[in-house]
Ligand binder design. Structure first.
Ligand SMILES: C[S@@+](CC[C@H](N)C(=O)[O-])C[C@H]1O[C@@H](n2cnc3c(N)ncnc32)[C@H](O)[C@@H]1O
Length: 231
């Protein structure tokens, strides 16, 4: 039997893919790593199909390993009798808890088949939500920026886990970037915020990202000329 890693998208039930929904309909049991992913899954999955796993709120690698060994053995046992899904927000292969499950299954339950159903990641959804176009030919880097961190260097950056926006903002603007923030983008739970003012997102909320662009970067695309002419 198969364990499916299903990406649910950023949080709106409508952004679950057709394939993701089909897999959720077809499996016997659906596990979710958190409250938000569970809420989205609940739109398509009856409560009776939702499985329980304990997920540790720890960074201690020993405790993490032991919790994932336990979770993987529960999932593998359930998968012996029928297909199983493990849902994550966004995409299962982008900064996701699913990686822990996949590695642990592969190490201790190698007979279990694993398949991934990609989801709409915040990594791409941010562009629409923030009204940003990543033009053909330009580079875009993904980094984490927790606790006021501000990685710099590339011309265009997406920063995940922005938990201290004001400190991150100060460092990025000092380094010559324009910055926009997006909180709870395409998410049904909580308030969506899109802003260039870090004080609007000063309160810590894990579901916050930033897009930073070096001031004065080239926009070398053929049709950009139309915008200049019609301005
Ligand atoms: C552990 S990563 C998970 C990423 C997820 N697997 C994906 O593909 O979108 C969590 C970070 O992604 C960003 N994020 C995820 N969903 C978001 C959303 N709907 N709105 C804003 N940021 C989001 C936040 O920066 C958050 O701290």
């Amino acid at each position: 039997m198969t364990v499916y890693g299903v990406g649910l998208g950023p949080g709106e039930a409508e952004l679950v893919t057709v394939r993701g929904k089909r897999v959720l309909d077809s499996v016997e049991t659906v596990y979710s790593p958190g409250r938000l992913s569970r809420t989205v899954a609940r739109e398509y999955v009856p409560e009776s199909k939702l499985g329980d796993l304990d997920f540790p709120m720890t960074r201690d690698p020993e405790k993490l390993r032991s919790a994932w060994r336990e979770a993987a053995s529960v999932v593998a046992e359930t998968a012996a009798d029928g297909d199983v899904a493990f849902v994550t927000l966004g995409d299962p292969n982008v900064y996701s808890t699913f990686g822990h499950l996949r590695r642990t299954l592969s190490a201790f339950h190698p007979a279990v088949d694993v398949e991934v159903v990609p989801g709409v990641s915040a990594m791409t959804a941010f562009a629409t939500a923030l009204g940003v176009e990543i033009e053909a030919g330009t580079g875009l880097s993904l980094r984490e920026a927790a606790d006021g961190a501000a990685p710099t260097g590339p011309d265009r950056l997406i920063l995940f886990k922005v938990t201290d926006a004001e400190t991150t903002h100060e460092k990025l603007t000092d380094a010559g970037y324009d910055v926009q923030y997006g909180r709870r983008l395409f998410m049904e739970q909580g308030e969506t915020v899109v802003t260039s003012d870090p004080t609007d997102v000063a309160e810590r909320d894990y579901y916050t990202l930033a897009y930073a662009e070096k001031q004065g970067v080239d926009r070398d695309v053929a049709t950009a000329k139309f915008e200049e002419e019609s301005a």
